[in-house]
Design a protein around this ligand. Sequence first.
Ligand code: 5GP
Ligand code: ZN
Length: 119
Amino acid sequence: MSSDPNCIFCKIIEGKIPSKKVYEDEDLYGFHDIAPWAPVHFMLVPKRHIPSMAQLTPDDAALMGKIMTLAPKLALDNGCRPYPDGGYRVVVNTGAEGGQEVHHLHVHVMGGPRPWLKG
Ligand code: 5GP
Ligand code: ZN
C-alpha cells in the first residue's frame, strides 16, 4: 500500500494536514513534531505507507539508509549542535510495547541545546 487514507502521516505527506516541513524528496518527508520532546525534534518518514519497522524488507535497505545518512545534516540545519559536544538522539518506536502511537514508520531526531546539561 502506498498511502493509507486513515493515516495521519499520509495526510501530512499529501498536504491535507499542515506541517512544518524540514525536508522532502521523492521518497521521504521530514517535519517538526507537533509536541516536541527536545528543543529540536523532527521526524523523517518514508512517503510510502509502511506501518512500522516490523514491515521492512531487504528492499527497503536503501530507503532506511537514506534516512540515517540524511539525519545528521538535517539535525545541524535545524538547530542541533555538532558532535561531540552537541549531538542528537535518533529513535524509532515500534509497536505498542515500543511506544509507537502513529502507525506510519517514522524516525525521530531529537537534540538541541539543553541548558541543564553542564558544559
Ligand atoms: P510515536 O509515539 O508514534 O513514535 O510518535 C508519534 C509522534 O507524532 C509524536 O511525537 C507526536 O507528537 C507526533 N504527532 C502526532 N500527530 C501529529 C501531527 O498531526 N503533526 C505533527 N507534526 N506531529 C504529530
Ligand atoms: Zn501513512
